[in-house]
Design a protein around this ligand. Structure first.
Ligand SMILES: Nc1nc2c(c(=O)[nH]1)N[C@H]1C(S)=C(S)[C@@H](COP(=O)(O)OP(=O)(O)OC[C@H]3O[C@@H](n4cnc5c(=O)[nH]c(N)nc54)[C@H](O)[C@@H]3O)O[C@H]1N2
Ligand SMILES: Nc1nc2c(c(=O)[nH]1)N[C@H]1C(S)=C(S)[C@@H](COP(=O)(O)OP(=O)(O)OC[C@H]3O[C@@H](n4cnc5c(=O)[nH]c(N)nc54)[C@H](O)[C@@H]3O)O[C@H]1N2
Ligand code: SF4
Ligand SMILES: [Mo]
Length: 911
């Protein structure tokens, strides 16, 4: 029976609402929820393909345990798994004290999950060693807000985007990372011709395309720039003296500091034209409403807290805060980074925005939980935690919903730490992330569409999510796993309080306790309940008891939650990046996101069409930088520094200033034969937020001499059937080569692609073994080409004239066109022999592939024209193929195609 359940997207912090469609207990589709205020029915390509991402073949289905490090894990029952874990934790705590264990959790957990883990560490065990991947993500934003505004609260709402006259997008790439926010920016641009958009980003990002002014500053030079803009504001009389006098403190000292940040000085530090700095200052200062949107370009820095503060200063100095269309709006990355901050699930925070350092706050939390005390000593933050695992100071770690063996910087250290740990537990939804290789105990967690609880998005809006289906295998909800473990551990620690502390049988009981902890605090949600969220829809905090709605905008009255009620200007000065480029490491390596992949790709990496935009991790550099290294587009390069070395393919990009390079963060050891970008990144971190400088590391880039190339393209059998097994086969080969990547491609019939390069040709028996692994060894259906002199060997399998697999060794030129025709299943039988043609050229008779108009639903111009020609209306076409119904960015194109068709076809319908 078909059912529809309201939920949210589990990817980014925009927090789009969606409707999950189920049939017979399986998720069969998703649509944007028109009633959700975050997205009003829109979804981006990732949200729109969520229903394709939950195949049980990829999921972790049963607990697995190994009692000896070198042994293989075996399947165990939940009782055995959790008893074993409780025994190990209790023994370690008994012998070495509470601080010898730690939890490393995630902004992708629901608030209720988070709450239980936090209480388990701080309330039951008595350690503050609970930190999260938000340390890599939002902790500088938290510290930046607290230093200036007093508490960790983004003061704005998404609606402010449409009300601003000046948008300052700094160190954020919403076109890729927050696509539905970017749709709002495009709408604002269309509606308001006077809108000015400034983008501050060291490279010409996808978002920079919409900018009126792009400032490609030197990596890490943001403080200099914002101090320089404040200098311009002061110079040009664009500050709001009245606001400063009434609502802030510390301005005069900062004004003296920024005296030296003249446009001339700042231009030199940032590598920008002076005139652009002055122009940006004037635009910001003269705007009726100025809104800043910022993210990891500011946060992931060894001075990330002050990057944030320096930007917030611009708003305080001009009074551009607490008004429609104005304010410093930190975009959150993960779907529930906000919820984690609310429950205080970080090593230096306590529940409901309380501070660990404050004895009164500690006493309040102890009272709320009914424990004697919460520990005083701050816990270890992510980087410290893994260093302590390595040194043996921390012996056991419980990891949930994050993949540190890919996402933390300096991977060699991190992996050594996981190796050194006495006991590693991983609570995961997917079977084989890079961290899973290190786990002694693997616990299967339920995931998107299967769980109940709440999430808070970037604009402080809380949504209640309910399950649409039951979890696969024996997977259980994260909060339930934590509660079950906590009760068992409580018994062993001779603290019968385990059961009393964790009496929950339903997530709403946890929510109620969390709600209680917020009463009287800045984020008071005393008026919320699951039923209110269901009946009146998602709500923004604060929402105290008796309120009729949440607060759209904070600080409208100019009163800030500081001791004096005033916001603070703090002393910020330009500082260099932790690592400076020099002659031996001349390139600044930046990293970040691609539109269609999510972090370590455990989920997005299973959906073929999410590889269609980018199916390999490419290191982009300026063409001149490539030329200087004798690299051509598509060549392989070695990227190295003293921490590591990886090989990747390069691509020319005029938008990368010389001396900078860019690599996506998504490919780890399951998709390529290295740890990816974090083999190279630095663990250097901000002194206030402890967030590491993931956005900049100094590297050398040189041509990699790997002349022998291999590509395998293998079509899976059914819609998705066979793909997991083929992917697993390809993965087994990764380490055989000096360079290798695996991935998917295509649409209804996915292709699995292995690309490799090696310093010398592989012997024939190895090639044969590869053919066997991919089912290409059936001599009856094979077409083969061999040129011993050139050491070229090609093989294609085409049963009944239909090309289903190709292996090219020695020369791989045909892979480009083969990938397209195989994914489309469009190669005529008579052209199949071209697959193994000597030079790999494209057959002249092959029609050019039609342009993809809707990338979300993957519909081409030819398909749209065919539908229109057969009499389908635009509305019916949208309904049938889904095009234009997700993010909406192709709608103008679609409408134009329909209109053009109508103009040429009397009587055709355009609506
Ligand atoms: N498609 C997709 N979307 C995602 C995610 C994903 O994995 N995939 N992850 C989500 C998460 S958790 C997060 S945190 C967000 C991140 O969202 P964003 O921060 O918007 O994305 P990033 O690509 O990490 O980095 C943003 C930009 O910072 C720039 N940058 C680098 N160094 C500097 C600098 O020194 N100064 C300035 N001003 N800019 C700099 C980079 O060139 C990059 O374009 O995305 C979220 N959304
Ligand atoms: N070089 C570089 N490194 C970076 C960044 C960068 O820009 N550059 N960005 C950093 C940032 S901002 C972030 S947020 C991190 C992200 O880094 P990670 O947190 O390591 O990334 P994910 O791949 O999202 O990991 C989440 C894991 O949880 C699993 N999972 C999904 N749903 C559930 C569930 O319901 N329960 C459980 N238990 N597990 C589940 C997924 O399968 C996945 O393996 O990476 C950081 N690392
Ligand atoms: S913008 Fe895309 S990834 Fe982010 S919540 Fe919305 S649909 Fe999901
Ligand atoms: Mo993040």
């Amino acid at each position: 029976m078909n059912e529809t359940v309201r939920s949210t997207c589990c990817y980014c912090g925009v927090g789009c609402g969606l409707l999950i469609e189920t049939d017979g207990g399986r998720i069969v589709g998703v649509r944007g929820d028109p009633a959700h205020p975050a997205n009003h029915g829109r979804l981006c390509s990732k949200g729109a393909t969520l229903h394709l991402s939950s195949r049980p073949e990829y999921r972790l289905l049963h607990p697995q345990l190994r009692t000896q490090r070198d042994a293989a894990r075996r399947r165990v029952g939940w009782d055995e798994a959790l008893d074993f874990a409780a025994d190990r934790f209790a023994a370690i705590i008994g012998e070495h004290g509470p601080d010898s264990v730690a939890f490393y959790i995630s902004g992708q957990l629901l608030t209720e999950d988070y709450y239980v883990f936090n209480k388990l560490a701080k309330g039951l065990i008595g350690t503050n060693n609970v930190d999260t991947n938000s340390r890599l993500c939002m902790s500088s934003a938290v510290a930046g807000y607290k230093q200036t505004l007093g508490v960790d609260a983004p003061p704005c709402s998404y609606d402010d985007i449409g009300l601003a006259d000046c948008l300052l997008i700094a160190g954020a790439n919403p076109a890729i990372a927050h696509p539905i926010i970017f749709r709002r920016i495009e709408d604002a641009r269309a509606a308001n011709p006077g809108l000015r958009i400034i983008v501050v980003d060291p490279r010409r990002s996808e978002t920079a395309a919409i900018a009126d002014l792009h400032l490609p500053l030197a990596p890490g030079s943001d403080i200099a720039l914002y101090n320089g803009l404040l200098h311009v504001l002061l110079n040009e009389g664009l500050i709001n003296r009245d606001y400063i006098a009434r609502h802030t403190e510390g301005f005069d000292a900062l004004a003296r500091t920024v005296e030296t940040y003249t446009p001339e000085v700042v231009a030199r530090i940032c590598g920008l034209p002076q005139a652009d700095i002055v122009r940006a200052g004037r635009w910001f200062g003269s705007a009726g409403a100025a809104l800043s949107l910022y993210c990891q370009g500011l946060n992931q820095s060894a001075h990330g807290t002050h990057n944030n503060a320096a930007l917030i200063h611009l708003h305080l100095a001009t009074g551009q805060i607490g008004r429609p269309g104005a304010g410093p709006f930190s975009l959150t990355g993960q779907p529930n980074a906000m919820g984690g901050r609310e429950v205080g699930g970080l090593a230096n925070l306590l529940s409901a925005h309380r501070d660990l350092a404050d004895p009164a706050h500690r006493a309040e939390v102890a009272r709320l939980w009914g424990v004697a005390a919460v520990p005083e000593q701050p816990g270890k933050t992510a980087i410290e935690l893994f260093a302590a695992l390595r040194s043996g100071e921390v012996k056991a770690v419980w990891i949930a919903c994050t993949n540190p063996a890919q996402s933390l910087p300096a991977q060699a250290e991190v992996r050594a730490a996981l190796d050194a740990a006495a006991f590693v537990v991983l609570q995961e939804a997917y079977a084989d992330t890079d961290t899973a290789a290190f786990a002694d105990l693997l616990l299967p967690a339920s995931s998107w569409g299967e769980k109940e609880g709440t999430v808070t998005n970037s604009e402080r809006r809380i949504t209640h999510v309910v399950p649409a289906v039951t979890p696969p295998g024996e997977a259980r909800d994260d909060w339930r796993i934590a509660v079950d473990f906590a009760r068992r551990l409580g018994q062993r620690l001779a603290q019968p309080s385990g059961d009393d502390l964790f009496p929950y049988e339903h997530p709403e009981q946890i929510f109620a306790e969390h709600r209680q902890s917020t009463i009287g605090r800045d984020l008071d949600i005393g008026g919320l309940s699951y039923s209110l969220l269901d009946s009146r829809g998602p709500q923004q905090w604060p929402f105290p008891a008796g309120a009729s709605s949440g607060r759209q905008r904070l600080y409208e009255d100019g009163v800030f939650p500081t001791a004096s009620g005033r916001a603070r200007f703090v002393h910020v000065e330009h500082r260099a990046t932790a690592e400076v480029t020099d002659a031996s490491l001349p390139v600044s390596l930046l990293s970040g996101r691609l539109r269609d992949q999510w972090h370590g790709m455990s989920r997005t990496g299973t959906v073929a069409r999410l590889f269609n935009l980018d199916d390999e991790p490419l290191l982009t550099m300026h063409p001149a930088d490539l030329r200087q290294r004798e690299l051509r587009d598509g060549d392989l390069a070695r990227v190295r520094n003293r921490r590591g070395s990886i090989i990747v393919r390069v691509a020319a990009d005029e938008g990368m200033p010389c001396g900078r390079a860019w690599l996506p963060m998504h490919w780890g050891s399951r998709y390529m034969n290295s740890a990816g970008v974090n083999a190279l990144t630095t663990p250097a971190r901000d002194p206030f937020s402890q967030q590491p400088e993931l956005k900049h590391t100094a590297v050398a880039v040189d041509k990699a001499q790997l002349p022998w190339q291999l590509v395998v393209l293998r079509l899976a059998d059914g819609e998705e059937a066979g793909t997991p097994a083929l992917l697993a086969s390809a993965r087994r080969l990764l380490d055989e080569f000096d360079f290798a990547t695996v991935g998917l491609y295509g649409r209804r019939r996915p292709l699995v692609i292995l690309r490799a390069a090696h310093r010398q040709p592989l012997p024939a028996d190895r090639l044969h073994a590869i053919d066997q692994l991919f089912g290409l060894d059936d001599d009856g259906a094979a077409i083969v080409y061999t040129d011993r002199q050139r050491q070229v060997n090609k093989r294609a399998i085409a049963p009944d004239g239909r090309l289903v697999g190709v292996r090219l060794a020695g020369e791989t030129l045909a892979q480009g066109w083969l990938k397209e025709v195989m994914a489309d299943d469009s190669l005529d039988a008579e052209l199949v022999r071209w697959a193994v043609a000597p030079i790999g050229e494209r057959p002249g008779k092959l029609p050019q592939r039609s342009r993809v108009v809707c990338r979300c639903a993957d519909v081409t111009a030819a398909e749209i024209t065919a539908e229109l020609t057969s009499g389908t209306s635009l509305a019916a076409l949208q309904e049938k193929r889904g095009c234009g119904t997700f993010c909406g960015s192709c709608l103008p194109d679609l409408r134009q195609m329909a209109a053009a068709h109508a103009a040429h076809t009397p009587g055709a319908r355009t609506a």
